[in-house]
Ligand binder design. Structure first.
Ligand code: C2E
Ligand code: CA
Ligand code: CA
Ligand code: CA
Length: 281
């Protein structure tokens, strides 16, 4: 650390270095974990309001770390983006999730597993040349119809246009759907909706959380449903935890939701048994 002669600067530098070192260590461990097939995928239902029927599943990655317990994607995905591991990891996620969907279709017949499969795709993946080709390959390998795949991207990943947007357009030409994730939290403007070929807006949970009263969040959630209706987009409310929130959202016009109220992210075996039981909550 640079010793500026002032203790607080030194402390600050040291803390930064420690974080950087920890990140590097985690990055190396991720590489090992990837090679050792330690990552797993969970699937969280996206439901129709008001009956709660499953219309989709969002793929969410998990890292059950051998010593440190469970490490969440908010911790390790940003590191994977910096190290570039997100590229092979992302390809693995696509193949695994699509393969899983194909397996459920084969077991239960068409129309039992939810129609849509959401897969989160990071900015780094969209900037990788050949990513659209990977998507095409994963689709044809699995045999899942392209219009059942929903690529979830954040506003920030595509707001500056350029390669990321080009890649997204290439993916759309395959017939794949696009959802704008965490909508309302990024650095974008509503003008983005004219350039990004989105089919769905996922309204961030921070707006859903405060929706009870006459809060600013409720005003924003109302404006968002008006925009999606007007532009013929599908709105999915994220992070719905209470029946009060679900009722309010339904009253505002929301017809799709996701959150702990309906289901936590589920391991594949659990999805399977829910499909066996006819799926309703
Ligand atoms: P996200 O795409 O916004 O995913 C939704 C997050 O909200 C998930 O956290 C989910 O478990 C959580 N969630 C669902 N329902 C509720 C609820 O009712 N209340 C609350 N408080 N949270 C709820 P998770 O699985 O920890 O993932 C965090 C983020 O990590 C994701 O946010 C996404 O940005 C990223 N991520 C997860 N899986 C992947 C992946 O496979 N690839 C990439 N690139 N990113 C991923
Ligand atoms: Ca998402
Ligand atoms: Ca989200
Ligand atoms: Ca998020």
């Amino acid at each position: 650390a640079k010793d500026s002669g002032k203790g607080r600067f030194k402390v600050y530098d040291t803390a930064l270095e420690r974080t950087h070192e920890a990140d590097q260590q985690l990055g190396a461990e991720m590489r090992r974990a990837f090679d050792a097939h330690e990552f797993t995928l969970m699937y969280q239902p996206i439901v129709r309001l008001p009956d709660g029927a499953w219309t989709g599943l969002e793929t969410l990655i998990r890292w059950p770390h051998p010593d440190r317990g469970f490490i969440g994607p908010d911790t390790f995905i940003p590191i994977a983006e910096r190290t570039g591991l997100i590229v092979p990891l992302g390809t693995w996620i696509l193949h695994t999730a699509l393969g899983q969907m194909a397996a459920w279709d084969a077991e239960f017949g068409p129309g039992v597993a939810p129609r849509e499969l959401g897969v989160n795709v990071s900015a780094r993946q969209l900037r990788e040349p050949g990513f659209a080709g990977e998507v095409r390959e994963a689709l044809s390998f699995s045999g899942v119809s392209p219009d059942r795949l929903v690529v979830e991207v954040t506003e920030t990943a595509v707001f500056d246009g350029g390669v990321a947007l080009d890649t997204l357009l290439e993916i759309v030409r395959l017939g794949v759907k696009v959802a704008l994730d965490d909508f309302g939290t990024g650095h974008s403007s509503l003008g983005l909706l004219r350039t990004v070929p989105a089919d769905t807006l996922k309204v961030d949970k921070s707006f859903v959380a405060g929706i009870g009263g006459s809060s600013e969040e409720a005003v924003i959630a109302t404006a968002m449903i008006q925009i999606t209706d007007g532009l013929h987009l599908k709105a999915v409310a994220e992070g719905v935890e209470t029946t009060a929130q679900a009722d309010t959202l339904y009253g505002l016009g929301y017809r799709f939701a996701q959150g702990y109220l309906f289901s936590r992210p589920l391991p594949p075996a659990e999805v399977r048994s829910r499909l066996t039981e006819g799926q309703l909550a």
